[in-house]
Design a protein around this ligand. Structure first.
Ligand SMILES: Cc1cc2nc3c(=O)[nH]c(=O)nc-3n(C[C@H](O)[C@H](O)[C@H](O)COP(=O)(O)OP(=O)(O)OC[C@H]3O[C@@H](n4cnc5c(N)ncnc54)[C@H](O)[C@@H]3O)c2cc1C
Length: 562
């Protein structure tokens, strides 16, 4: 008898636990799991990775070591042909498309993040979804401390030392608490920063934090966070974000170089284009986790909307929650149902009641609501640690995380900043009055106006010449990076809220010089606009060498950091 092919898409909690249960019946089925990384991410530990309490590699487990009897394929899922029963993946060194046939298909791709509803948020906020996010946040926070330590301008320093976390579910609460912990422990190595210069904010649109916890535990958590200097702001949302801060719906503005968004769970981009029936961005399934109307297609985890009752109303409590706790149980049940179907037996509906919730608050404190028993403080924190240690798959990962926790409690924090190269192009949002750059800054790239209006002013102190130009959508500035690399001589300010596309100097120069028509266009433009390359950066250039002390006086350029 030929074995049936079970194809699992996604190697998170849902996908891994389906595959693990199916492995027990490996004499009946061939299991293949496709994931874009070769590891499983234990998401509840990401805030600790961001805080340096756990090494990045120790919060993940290689899928091949977790699943010894399934075929693990590292590939990007690109599409599904439900009629042909094939999945298209991109894989290998040349990223070629490959068709994978299936008899039974399991969708466990998780969710995406959609921050586009808040202007500027998608371009300026850090997210907290996977390992790269946690690593990026850690690097960014340490980078802020490094820059603040050498920054002379008080407003710029304050902006660097203000940290905003948006969303106060358990990932937001744990993230703000862990970032606070990292900063607190790191501060003694930064002699020019005092503890009272640190500002931490937790912004929540709902009336209170931790909505899945009982109100008294949420109140305790609020008090704990506030006692650590974290300002908890509830009943207020975010209106827009730039590289210099976040505007709130009540009109307040928080100047900050760090915005972490734990909000904005949206449909997975692939899931949203498959033509499936979605509600709240999740794939509607029946109680057995089958996708109605599709032959042999199942869904679970954060991607799926699984009813817990026969006739669910529009009430979220009638559906399985988007937690690891549920995804693991769904995985066992879904695998059992596939095996039941293949052997001609009846599948079982998914039924599970949450055993409770736990959230760490930093400083060895936590809140826990387990089997209806409420706990807070140190013992809740011990329970939190014990629970996650037991929940981690595999002895090696439990041991590594345990060792990380022990070492972290007796050793100084790791403040090594392993920098990641910034993207070659990025969007930068500005509020009216923000400076894009000013004289004395190092030329760093080229800007195109997407929307808004930006004014360039150049004043030549030697000749008294004054030059002004306003740039609107489709126009550009900063093109002289093509002809010379030096310091800025002009000031560019936003005349209204606007958006720029920034291209880093090296990439722009390479790109423009590869196309003679572009190179000619920009040289001609500089000639016509400024009267030649030398004039374009005339002020001071005749009597100052680039890099001379007068020109290189420190002027941190916050507006361009994102
Ligand atoms: C910071 C944070 C803290 C959390 N803390 C808790 C907690 O304390 N308790 C709790 O119960 N839950 C917690 N959760 C929620 C929990 O982690 C999720 O509910 C759970 O991970 C959902 O599992 P999943 O398998 O559905 O999705 P995921 O775990 O997101 O897995 C989806 C997988 O699919 C892969 N994938 C996506 N697209 C593609 C593609 N096109 N091709 C190939 N592979 C792809 C992804 O790389 C990923 O491996 C937390 C979540 C976060 C972000």
């Amino acid at each position: 008898m030929t074995k049936k092919k079970i194809l699992v898409l996604g190697g998170g909690f849902g996908g891994v636990f389906v595959a693990k249960t199916l492995e027990k019946a490996r004499d009946q089925v061939d299991i293949q799991l496709v994931n874009n990384n070769n590891y499983f991410v234990f998401q509840p530990l990401l805030p600790e990775v961001a805080a340096s309490s756990i090494n990045s590699a120790d919060a993940v487990v290689p899928l091949r070591q977790l699943l010894r009897h399934a075929q693990v394929r590292q590939a990007q899922v690109m599409g599904i042909d439900f009629a042909e029963k094939t999945v298209v993946v991109m894989q290998g060194a040349r990223l070629t498309p490959v068709n994978l046939p299936y008899d039974e298909l399991v969708l466990a791709l998780g969710t995406g993040v959609d921050l586009n509803r808040i202007p500027g948020m998608a371009d300026h906020a850090l997210t907290m979804k996977d390992l790269t996010d946690a690593h990026r946040l850690r690097t960014h926070v340490i980078g802020c401390l490094e820059t603040a330590d050498v920054t002379a301008e008080p407003e710029v320093k304050q902006q660097l030392l203000s940290f905003v976390v948006v969303g106060a579910g358990f990932s937001g609460v744990e993230t703000v608490a862990e970032v606070r912990e990292l900063v607190r422990r790191a501060l003694k190595y930064y002699q020019n920063i005092t503890p009272d210069e640190i500002r931490m904010y937790l912004i929540e649109y709902a009336k209170r934090i931790l909505p899945t916890f009982p109100a008294d535990l949420a109140e305790y958590a609020t008090q704990q966070l506030e006692s650590q200097g974290i300002r908890v702001m509830t009943g207020v949302g975010t209106k827009s974000a730039t590289s210099t801060g976040v505007a709130l719906t009540d009109g307040r503005l928080i100047q900050s170089s760090t915005i972490v968004a734990t909000i904005g769970n949206g449909p997975h981009p692939l899931v949203s284009m498959l033509g499936l029936d979605l509600q709240w961005g999740r794939i509607k399934t029946d109680r057995f986790m089958r996708v109605p109307g599709y032959d042999s297609v199942w869904a679970l985890g954060d991607a799926a909307l699984i009813p817990l009752v026969d006739n669910p109303q529009e009430d979220p409590v009638d559906f399985a929650t988007q937690t690891a706790q549920f995804a693991v149980r769904e995985g066992h049940q879904l695998a059992t149902n596939i095996l039941a179907k293949l052997s001609g037996q009846k599948p079982e509906p998914f039924a599970y009641t949450s055993k409770g919730s736990l959230a760490s608050l930093g400083m060895s404190k936590a809140v826990a609501d387990v089997y209806g028993v409420k706990m807070s403080g140190f013992f809740a924190w011990l329970l939190w640690r014990g629970f996650y240690l037991s929940f981690l798959p595999g002895f090696a990962s439990k041991f590594r995380v345990g060792m990380n926790w022990i070492l972290n409690s007796i050793m100084p924090p790791n403040i090594v900043q392993l920098r990641m190269p910034p993207p070659a192009t990025r969007y930068i949002h500005f509020w009216k009055g923000d400076k894009v750059f000013e004289p004395g800054m190092l030329i760093d790239g080229f800007y195109t106006v997407i929307n808004g209006a930006f004014k360039l002013t150049i004043d030549n102190p030697d000749t008294g010449e004054h030059f002004e130009k306003v740039f609107g959508p489709g126009e550009h500035f900063g093109e002289r990076v093509l002809v010379k690399s030096e310091l800025r001589t002009g000031l560019v300010e936003a005349l209204e809220d606007g958006l720029l596309l920034f291209i880093a100097q090296k990439d722009f120069t390479r790109f423009a010089s590869a196309f003679p028509f572009l190179d000619n266009y920009f040289k001609d433009y500089i000639e016509k606009t400024f009267g030649g390359a030398d004039k374009a950066f005339a002020p001071g250039s005749s009597n100052q060498q680039p890099g001379s002390p007068a020109q290189l006086k420190p002027k941190p350029k916050l507006a361009k950091q994102s």
